[in-house]
Write a protein that binds this ligand. Structure first.
Ligand code: NAX
Length: 326
């Protein structure tokens, strides 16, 4: 039996975690021969709900689930962890401005960044899902000076998967026939889902679907998909978000297939003239746990405008929170 890996999940009593935890315990992340310890972080009012979730996890009698720790202390949750899924965040309340939301979440991610810095495994992989995900990741990175900024990504895999699905539905093919879609920028409604480099069964996507559909239907559909799900379901996307979180972390840990890239938000190194240091979504490949931004893609005028628009929003978010950087 392999040594268990330690995985922290914040917001463990929330609805994304209600899907995520069971799938991690079933082996969907690192496979069916890798035992895991789960470190579950919540805030005090949610601890009772979390105990219920733990009872259910135990009732599944998962062979891979070695140990469960529940806590309200980030330093206990992140102690020596190999992977951290930062899902927990404060939702937007009535009358709350976007700036207020940014602020209260910024404080959560400042505390968690410091705790990761102090106690996590030095090779920890941290995936930020809680919104505003890119800027929350930026705050955590800037409060974890002893960890490599490359240890952090924010989740744009759900947007990536949504783009694959839209293109597959439109062209009547399977999701696996679609390659090389891109999400640029922020996980917000300024994000730019780009299919200029995408292939459908090996052919250029834009030779098979109309440019007009791409610009006037597909892009807004992806940008507004979260809101459409809330309208239909009365709650925000949860199972699809958990699927995307597992996919992003799995590909980061185990590598991307040679035939495709995926989208992840990570610290910009200045590629594609995006401001260095912002947490921005790029097309990436992963080898041996190292994420590489796909270089040399041709960017036309439309793409450049959209990439700059979402970069501008991230710059503004950074301005609002940079007083919290250590
Ligand atoms: P829920 O409100 O169901 O759960 C959030 C949980 O986080 C709650 O149980 C709460 O008690 C806990 N929490 C709050 N502050 C905490 C703290 N300081 N430490 C630990 N736990 C804390 O939300 P859920 O639907 O699970 O969504 C979680 C986050 O994911 C939200 O911010 C949501 O906006 C975001 N999403 C991000 C997506 C992405 O693609 N990046 C897509 C899905 C989702 O909308």
């Amino acid at each position: 039996m392999k040594t268990p890996v330690d995985i922290a999940i914040t917001g463990a009593a929330g609805q994304i975690s209600y899907s995520l935890l069971f799938r991690l315990a079933a082996g969907e992340f690192l496979g069916e021969s890798q035992p895991i310890n789960l470190h579950l972080l919540e805030i005090p009012p949610a601890m009772s709900a979390l105990e219920g979730v733990v009872m259910e996890l135990n009732d599944c009698a998962y062979p891979l689930l070695n140990r469960i720790i529940t806590t309200t202390d980030p330093k206990v949750a992140f102690d020596n962890v190999d992977y951290a899924f930062l899902v927990g965040a404060r939702p937007r309340g009535a009358g709350m401005e976007r700036k207020d939301l940014l602020q209260c979440n910024a404080e959560i991610f400042m505390v968690q960044g410091k705790a990761l810095n102090d106690v996590a495994n030095r090779n920890v992989k941290v995936l930020v899902t809680g919104n505003p995900a890119n800027t929350n990741a930026l705050i955590a990175i800037n409060n974890a000076p002893d960890l490599n900024p490359k240890n952090f990504t924010a989740m744009t895999m759900l947007d990536h998967n949504r783009t694959i699905n839209q293109l597959a539905e439109k062209s009547g093919v399977k999701a696996t026939d679609i390659k090389n879609v891109i999400i640029w920028g922020n996980h917000s409604n300024t994000q730019y889902p780009d299919i200029h480099h995408a292939k459908i069964k090996g052919q250029d996507a834009l030779s098979l679907v109309e440019n007009n559909w791409f610009i006037n239907e597909m892009i807004p559909t992806i940008q507004q998909r979260g809101a459409a799900i809330i309208k239909a379901r009365g709650q925000s996307s949860a199972a699809s978000a958990a699927t995307a979180a597992i996919k992003q972390m799995r590909l980061w840990a185990l590598g991307t297939p040679a035939s495709d890239w995926v989208s992840m938000a990570l610290v910009s190194d200045g590629s594609y003239d995006i401001e260095k240091g912002l947490v921005y979504s790029f097309p990436v490949t992963v080898n041996d746990g190292e994420i590489n931004i796909v270089q040399g893609l041709e960017i036309n005028k439309l793409s450049l405008e959209k990439m700059k628009l979402t970069e501008k929003e991230l710059r503004e978010e950074k301005e609002d929170v940079k007083h919290l950087f250590s």
